[in-house]
Design a protein around this ligand. Sequence first.
Ligand code: SF4
Length: 310
Amino acid sequence: MGPTFDERRGVEYRQLRAASLVNRLNARPMPFGWTVNPYRGCEMSCKYCFARYTHEFLGENDPAAFERRIYVKLTDPGSLVAELKRARRSGLLVALGTATDPYQPAESRFEVTRRVLEAASKVVGVRLSITTKSVLVRRDLTLLREIAARSEVSVNFSIPTLDQALARRLEPRAPRPDLRFEAMTALAAGGIPTRLFIMPVLPRLTDGEANLRALLVRAREAGAEIAESNVLFLRRGTRETFFEFLRAEFPELVPEYERLYADSAYARRDYVAGIEALVRRLSAEVGFGARRRADRPADSPTPSQLSLVW
Ligand code: SF4
């Protein structure tokens, strides 16, 4: 198949032949051992998306290409089942959507994620987690329940703010936050374990106590079992796009971000420690167990935002 153009959305889709869709993760202290990313690029266009650099591997150096030229991985159902059986034998978690969103708009057309889940439904005992900002995951509720009956599956909803206007500026083509919570409610009611990922926490934009508390309260109401957070990580590729966004939309915040991210892709440690303490306290207050995924040693080069969703 040659490139497919969606004129209305202004997006081009290309097929990508990948050696395998289920990839072993090596040498990282992660809570999962395998990753699956059905798409390269993501139309949802979040200004802070850390996966932007991955388009460079395809020779795509224009930042806009990440949002407008989406690569769709080819699948073979037989290979998928074999790959998932290999993952099952390892006993390690298979994380779906660690780089790009598996339920981005392309999924409604190409259904690669659905084919992964169909294969997973044939592998009893496989352990899956899915991370998304999309409400399209509701489409697969029946299939997820089939998997949950014989294996392990959970869905993480990434929701950094309840402020719809701010969300529209930060995540131009992602579903509204309230719709994401509705999807969380539907899945939890259907027996699928769900989690809130407050990721990323954006300094001076989404890090206020009122916002964080409101997200946690809403997640409890929606039936989430766990809430986790992580502060913005600005790796090369993302840093340029995010600062360009800040200069256009929130120029008054540029000096503060330059201070917080002066030396590293990570925010200053004192800031991160403050956010972690705040989320821990608020989580306990609203009834979540205090938990933050301790999967990154203090001196690890592994990006913190990436460490939770890669
Ligand atoms: S939904 Fe996820 S993968 Fe897509 S642009 Fe936003 S952060 Fe990136």
